[in-house]
Design a protein around this ligand. Structure first.
Ligand code: FES
Ligand code: FE2
Length: 393
């Protein structure tokens, strides 16, 4: 995970120069983020180098964050600017350097790189990298389980026929074939999952979805040609807070600017501190009467991620995978785990994992999409999807 740029927080959490700093926990490290007087973002170790007081309580002013205990002052790069309790002329501060991770702000999200400085890769560009602030609406939510449990749901097409069946009465496409044919293909950015459902006379229903290293995904939306005024697409980042908890960032994007009311609606399943309204402590507000009559789960979700949250958190914070019983429907998950294990051993051997990019070529992933569509049974879905414009081929 330390080989990649990861979302650390939303830009709006530190909205203005010299605003209050915020605590950030990422990859098991306690950090503090601040925006200095000139607008630069800093992400520092939470605890002061001197004797450990939390810099969360610090003064953010005059291009630095100052510890309230003895006044040590840090800049966004971790340099110690002032140690005012030391004797005049002391060069103590020049010998010190605080933990500080480089940050980049794109599409309302502040990304951080937490690996070795000499291995810092380029930040790949995706579809959202080129959109205006008005065209993106990031939604951040807390998940009480390991990140991999979460993102595996995005690479598991078969669950959508069940967990997300919100209408027990009608014969929607996902439900008509709950046992799709599955494929997983390795790509330069990670993997692509393909599911094909048979719809009888109507043809086949094909969904493709990318897994982008290290833990990002796109879930299938409408064909690209329809992404115009009203269609909303989503890009998802699953980021480990630590082994047991995860931030999910859903980056909604659309050509037409989002209105304030739409932003509020897109976020209505989360609280001001990014917790979920439906969570394990309230049994996801499951309604057993609705489960009997209306939906497979009885969890009337604003966002399908609420149903996913019930499925993945209830496995336990770190699911005991030695007790699983994997079948054909887990074909893409198995391929994904094999790729991730290979990436881990590659890194251990000193090699680069997939999608770590160092040169100027090959950072453009702005055409990467997830696509779904109904095709004639005999159609070659690869050809048809390519004809729809930019895609993930
Ligand atoms: S603990 Fe921060 S300045 Fe002393
Ligand atoms: Fe899901």
């Amino acid at each position: 995970m330390r080989r990649y740029w990861l979302p650390a927080l939303l830009g709006e959490e530190i909205p203005a120069p010299d605003c209050p700093p915020v605590r950030v926990r990422l990859l098991g490290e306690d950090l503090v983020a601040f925006r200095d007087s000139s607008g630069r973002v800093g992400l520092l170790g939470e605890h002061c180098l001197h004797r450990g007081t939390s810099l969360f309580f610090g003064r953010n002013e005059q291009c630095g964050l100052t510890c309230i205990y003895h006044g040590w002052k840090y800049d966004v790069n971790g340099n110690v600017l002032e140690t005012p309790a030391e004797p005049v002329g002391s060069d103590f501060k020049k010998k010190l350097r605080h933990t500080a991770y480089p940050c980049a702000e794109v599409a309302g999200i502040i990304f951080a790189y937490m690996g070795l400085p000499e291995r810092k890769p380029l930040l790949p560009r995706y579809e959202w990298s080129n959109l205006d602030a008005a065209q993106v609406c990031p939604v951040k939510s807390y998940l009480e389980c390991n990140f991999l449990q979460g993102i595996e749901g995005d690479f598991d097409s078969s669950h959508t026929s069940f967990l997300h069946n919100n209408n027990l009465e009608n014969g929607e496409r996902l439900k008509r074939d709950g046992a799709p044919a599955l494929e997983a293909e390795e790509t330069t950015y990670g993997m692509r999952a393909i599911s094909i459902r048979k719809l009888g006379a109507e043809g086949i229903y094909v969904r493709t979805s990318p897994y982008i290293m290290p833990s990002f995904s796109i879930v299938p939306g409408p064909p690209t040609e329809k992404f115009d005024e009203d269609d909303i697409r989503g890009f998802r980042f699953w980021v480990p807070i630590d082994d047991h908890t995860t931030w999910l960032y859903i980056l909604n994007m659309r050509k037409k600017p989002f209105a304030d009311a739409e932003r509020a609606m897109l976020r209505s399943w989360t609280t001001a501190d990014f917790r979920r309204v439906r969570n394990g402590a309230n049994n996801y507000l499951q309604d057993r009467e609705q489960q009997r009559t209306t939906s497979f789960t009885g969890i009337a979700a604003v966002n399908p991620a609420e149903q996913d949250g019930c499925a993945t958190e209830s496995m336990g914070a770190v699911c005991d995978r030695t007790k699983e019983h994997l079948g054909y429907s887990d074909k893409t998950i198995i391929a994904l785990r094999q790729m991730l294990l290979r990436a881990v051993s590659d890194v251990a051997e000193g090699k680069d994992p997939p999608h770590v990019i160092y040169d100027g070529r090959g950072t453009d992933f702005s055409r990467l999409r997830a696509i779904k569509g109904v095709l004639p049974a005999a159609a070659d879905w690869r050809k048809v999807f390519e004809g729809m414009g930019p895609n993930d081929g």
